[in-house]
Design a protein around this ligand. Structure first.
Ligand code: FE2
Length: 348
């Protein structure tokens, strides 16, 4: 199977994985043949892309870093946590439980690199984003060999990082035109509002809520709210900042187009040491695939290939297969291919 942006879908393509609503209802089932009506409804509900199965990808299995069941449960819980910010008794346990489950699944799937992080729709953007940041943060935590208690706290901080946004007017948050200076300040206040809220009501440890406070601080000191620099920013704050930025880049929003993973990775690399902590970027690049399995690439020798395996030692040179001849090349280890480069990611 392979991932295809929704605008490149064609009638007759076969769906490779279920599409779920935020409530966990299957909207379209695996193996369904897409019709024009189905494609139109996927566009309408704001799905960015889907997995399809076709001749060139039928033997390719894309493993999820967390199971569909956990993803659905977690999204429901996050929705309820973010919508019940004034009735928090129940939600504290929820955060801890999801954080624990995510950590266990990620530890179990330790060797899987992150492919496409999620199939997203606009309506649940905030919740899937918070889940993805929690998942990515846990992946980085595992990559840093943090102990399990710490990974759990880090994941909880990732899940809650934007909770301060529930205290900000929706029309400002969703505004598609340029924000006024005042509105910008208001949006920025979500980091501090979230921190104060969690500190007051949750019994989670200080490292977690400080991570929420500092998730918009930048490594070079140009972030907010306090303009802290380098290791003055807590480790959780630095990790969440990186994961937040990556997930935003690969997600389409009403105001911006989604980047493909390789472009998002380039942005992360370009901001290494400015926005992001270089030590964390190094770990991130080993765990998140710039060319997810199933991506179609054009090589500099003109060949069109599909990614069949990623290699964390050198994720920018995956193992690929020619879509016509079926010949397999390992771009990292095949000596004959040392001068061949990836020149484009194709939609086809
Ligand atoms: Fe934020």
């Amino acid at each position: 199977m392979r991932y295809i942006p929704v605008l490149c879908l064609k009638e007759g393509m076969k769906l490779g994985k279920n599409i779920y609503s935020t409530e966990g209802v299957v909207l379209l089932a695996e193996d369904v043949i897409l019709t024009e009506e189905y494609i139109a409804s996927l566009i309408k509900i704001g799905v960015n892309g889907v997995y399809i199965d076709d001749n060139i990808s039928s033997d390719i299995v894309v493993q999820n870093i967390i199971s569909d069941e956990l993803r659905i449960e977690a999204i429901k819980s996050i929705k309820s946590i973010y919508n019940n910010s004034r009735n928090i008794g129940r939600t504290i346990n929820m955060v801890e439980n999801i954080a624990k489950s995510i950590m266990f699944e990620i530890l179990r799937n330790k060797n899987i690199m992150i492919n496409m992080i999620d199939i997203k729709t606009f309506d649940d953007y905030m919740y899937t984003h918070c889940l993805n940041v929690g998942v990515l943060a846990a992946v980085v935590g595992v990559g840093l060999n943090l102990d399990s208690k710490k990974i759990e706290k880090l994941t909880a901080a990732g899940l809650l990082h934007d909770i301060g946004k529930v205290f900000i007017a929706k029309d400002v948050l969703n505004k598609t035109e340029k924000l006024t200076q005042e509105e910008e300040k208001l949006v920025e206040s979500h980091a501090e509002l979230g921190y104060r809220y969690i500190k007051q009501y949750y019994t989670i440890p200080v490292t977690s809520y400080v991570g929420v406070l500092q998730h918009h601080e930048r490594f070079d000191g140009k972030g907010y709210p306090d303009g802290k620099k380098g290791e003055e920013i807590s480790q959780f704050g630095r990790i969440i900042c990186l994961c937040d930025a990556y997930d935003k880049l690969v997600t389409e929003a009403p105001t911006r187009k989604a980047c493909i993973p390789s472009e998002a990775i380039e942005y992360i690399m370009a901001n290494n040491g400015q926005m992001f902590d270089p030590k964390l970027v190094k770990v991130f690049l080993r765990r998140v695939a710039p060319y997810p399995i199933g991506s179609i690439l054009r090589l500099s020798n003109g060949e069109k290939v599909i990614v069949i395996e990623n290699n964390e030692e050198c994720s920018i040179r995956p193992k690929v297969r020619n879509v016509e001849t079926q010949e397999v090349y390992d771009l990292t280890y095949d000596w004959n291919l040392r001068n061949v480069t990836i020149v484009a990611v194709e939609d086809m």
